[in-house]
Design a protein around this ligand. Structure first.
Ligand code: C2E
Ligand code: MG
Ligand code: MG
Length: 705
């Protein structure tokens, strides 16, 4: 026997001496192995030895004096569960041999057929199989431990046999106890939530048919108490040689908590915290969806409504942000109440809301909804013991082939909203091509305006302001003109609005102030009169929002050598109403500086009287619409007279604007209106014409005096 032979300890249990000897003889013949055989002829001592000693293999006769039949095998297996057992039988008891295999024996041999090679092979296989079994068992244990630790459910689906094993944890995830779920695959599939069923089946089939390397799906399951659980399932199929799946096994993890967190985060990212409504991101997404639907099927018309609350800033400024916030939240609630479930209402920011109105037949439907919205908003709001009223300006854009992106639709609804706002409160406007052209025009103007300052295209015209009684020139109003390279002379009403919506408002505003001041200084030197000539300058509200306005103006006046009280800044009522406290503080600084402050276009703004109480102004300029309709059927003489009286009572000067006829002059004189301005006296003039006008005027007055 060679040195390198494998050593193997054998326990031979055989009561018939001759047969035992035969086996031992055979074993000696097995090449490459060295067997150390211990022989027992009774079961009980053999069991004892098997417990004490670790044998590599047991050769076991099932017919012993102290034990017979399958029981012998069972007892040996109990005594040495990890030692492979090979059963030795007689030809007559083959059936017993196969039973023994079920009881844990590795193999059985028929004694008469046994020879050296057969025995050697049987022993070798038995030992190897026992070792593999041990390895598998420990790996299974490891796996079971890992699964228990991960808290995952396990399933094992025998596709051929139509049987599934569901682990206790698998059942527990769905709220079931061990005995409550059978081994049918329907127990699983029928609990998949209907919303996810298609996706689930797709993923499963992809893997079963071999298109996906593994099965993985996150989906909802209906649990025992009708709750929805989110689970993540992974699995892998075992296939036959043709590739058909025979069996599939995997895990199921409860991901409900994660999904809830994800859903919450997603909701927060897509919604406005104050109103709980969708935010701009979600709104654009819905709008995109509607636009795609429309492009697939142009019969599916929809509209975008763009809202802006009228004078919301005023609520915020006067009652505080908490009230403002509450108002926005309540407005959101009311609007939502007017819509159908398929529509989307969003808060885009500030006091702006927008709606995607789905499935409409045309613009009329949208207008109908808008009227309902206006009605809903018109009801009073009760907030912290305040009773508030609000309204909205609404722009409407209806889907059409011209729109390629959601932004374009929203832009046009926005343009329509501005149009609505300009025509008053609680109004709406439907976007049309005219507005589009208008918007394009504005855009071009804006571009042109940006170059106008550099290219020196602006000029100031001056219109005299005259004392009615003496016809003496008191001063001028500076009026801006624009020499557009292709459009010729452009009047301020066509471009001032655009300027005010851009950052140009500050540089252009100061350009006018500086020019007008320098010009006035020249005229005061050329034509010294008592009191000095004055200059009225129109100032945009935005300028009052810059905090250095008074300082900058003081420096300019110093530079020009002008008395502050010869400068009159004209502001419209609307400016002060819109900007509240910030404007008021700049106004105080200006008053301290000593410049005069005039209210322009008086009578056309809102709540004029309360506004006169808030701040002291020097002059009221009566809007020309009142002056000009004095002789009309709708006689405004009473209003003009009332304004003149009001001015007098409050110690303010009064200037009537737009005086065109001698009849108007007569009436104003009769009403004791001190000053006027209008074409009757002079149109606005270029500075050279003014020079001439002043020269003639001073010559006339020197003749008169
Ligand atoms: P406003 O301040 O009320 O100026 C008076 C407007 O009435 C001027 O129009 C003037 O030409 C016009 N006007 C004067 N007398 C008569 C008359 O007898 N009949 C008629 N029908 N109109 C008369 P303009 O120059 O077109 O200016 C329009 C408005 O543009 C001004 O109204 C003012 O609000 C604004 N504006 C003009 N220049 C400036 C400026 O430099 N800055 C700002 N922010 N606004 C300006
Ligand atoms: Mg003016
Ligand atoms: Mg005016």
């Amino acid at each position: 026997m060679s040195e390198s032979a494998i050593s193997c300890k054998v326990l031979l249990v055989e009561d018939i001496e001759s047969e035992a000897a035969l086996v031992i003889k055979h074993l000696r013949r097995v090449s490459g192995w060295r067997f150390v055989v211990e022989h027992c002829d009774r079961l009980v001592p053999a069991l004892e030895r098997a417990r004490e000693e670790s044998f590599d293999v047991v050769l076991l006769d099932l017919n012993l004096p102290d034990g017979a039949g399958i029981e012998v095998c069972q007892r040996m297996h109990q005594a040495a569960p990890h030692t492979p057992v090979i059963v030795l039988t007689n030809q007559t008891s083959v059936e017993l041999g196969t039973k023994a295999l079920r009881e844990g024996a590795q193999d059985y041999l028929i004694k008469r057929e046994v020879d050296g090679p057969l025995l050697g092979r049987a022993i070798r296989y038995a030992i190897e199989r026992a070792r593999a079994d041990r390895a598998l068992r420990s790996s299974e244990q490891r796996y079971a431990l890992a699964v228990a630790g991960a808290n995952d459910g396990v399933w094992d689906w025998n596709i051929r046999e139509e049987e599934v094993y569901f682990s206790p944890r698998w059942k527990a995830i769905l709220g079931y106890a061990e005995g409550e779920i059978t081994e049918q695959i329907s127990e699983w599939f029928e609990r998949v939530d209907h919303r996810d069923r298609e996706r689930f089946e797709d993923a499963l089939n992809q893997h079963l048919e071999g298109h996906a390397g593994y099965f993985e799906c996150e989906y909802r399951m209906n649990s025992k108490n009708d709750e929805v659980r989110w689970v993540s399932t992974r699995g892998l199929a075992v296939r036959d040689e043709t590739g058909a799946a025979l069996r599939m096994a995997g895990s199921m993890t409860d991901i409900t908590r994660r999904k809830q967190t994800e859903a919450r985060l997603l909701h927060e990212a897509m919604h406005d915290a104050l109103t709980g409504l969708p935010n701009r991101i979600l709104f654009m997404d819905r709008l995109d969806l509607a636009l795609r639907r429309f492009r697939r099927d142009p019969a599916k018309l929809f509209a975008v409504l763009y809202f802006d609350l009228d004078r919301f800033k005023h609520v915020n400024d006067s009652l505080g942000h908490a009230v403002g916030d509450e108002l926005l939240a309540q407005v959101g609630g009311r609007l939502l109440g007017c819509l159908r479930p398929g529509d989307t209402l969003a808060r885009l920011g500030g006091d702006e809301f927008a709606i995607v109105l789905n499935d409409i037949d045309g613009p009329t439907d949208a207008v109908y909804v808008v009227e309902r919205l206006h009605e809903a908003l018109a009801q009073e709001f009760e907030i912290e013991s305040h009773t508030l009223y609000t309204s909205a300006s609404i722009g409407i854009a209806v889907s059409s082939e011209i729109y390629r992106t959601p932004d374009e639709l929203l832009r046009d609804a926005d343009i329509a909203m501005y149009r609505a706002k300009n025509s008053g409160h609680a109004t709406y406007a439907v976007f049309d091509t005219y507005m589009h052209d208008q918007a394009m025009f504005q855009h071009r103007m804006e571009t042109d305006l940006r170059r106008a300052l550099e290219k020196d295209e602006f000029e100031i015209y001056y219109q005299p302001i005259v004392a009615i009684e003496s016809e003496r020139i008191l001063g001028f109003e500076a009026l801006l003109r624009w020499h557009h390279p292709s459009r010729g002379l452009v009047m301020p009403e066509e471009f001032i609005g655009i300027v005010e919506d851009t950052s140009l408002v500050v540089p252009i505003g100061w350009w006018v102030i500086e020019r007008a001041c320098h010009q006035l200084a020249k005229w005061q030197r050329m034509f010294p009169v008592e009191p000095s000539l004055a200059m009225s300058i129109n100032v945009s509200g935005k300028l009052f929002l810059t905090d250095d306005m008074a300082k900058r103006l003081a420096a300019l006046l110093e530079d020009c050598g002008l008395e502050p009280n010869t400068i009159r800044l004209e502001i419209t009522e609307r400016v002060v109403m819109d900007h509240g406290d910030l404007v008021l503080s700049t106004l105080s600084d200006l008053r301290e500086l000593g410049v005069e402050l005039d209210i322009d276009d008086f009578g056309t703004g809102y709540s004029s009287l309360s506004y006169l109480q808030r701040f002291r102004y020097d002059t009221l300029k009566i809007d020309r619409s009142f002056v000009q309709s004095m002789s009309d059927k709708i006689d405004s003489s009473a209003i003009v007279e009332a304004i003149i009286t009001l001015g007098g009572t409050l110690g303010m000067k009064v200037v009537a604007e737009g005086v065109e006829t001698s009849d108007q002059v007569q009436r104003l004189r009769a009403m004791r209106c001190p000053a006027a301005q209008g074409f009757w006296f002079s149109r606005p003039m270029q500075k050279d014409a003014v020079n001439e006008y002043l020269r003639v005027g001073s010559a006339m007055s020197s003749v008169r005096h």
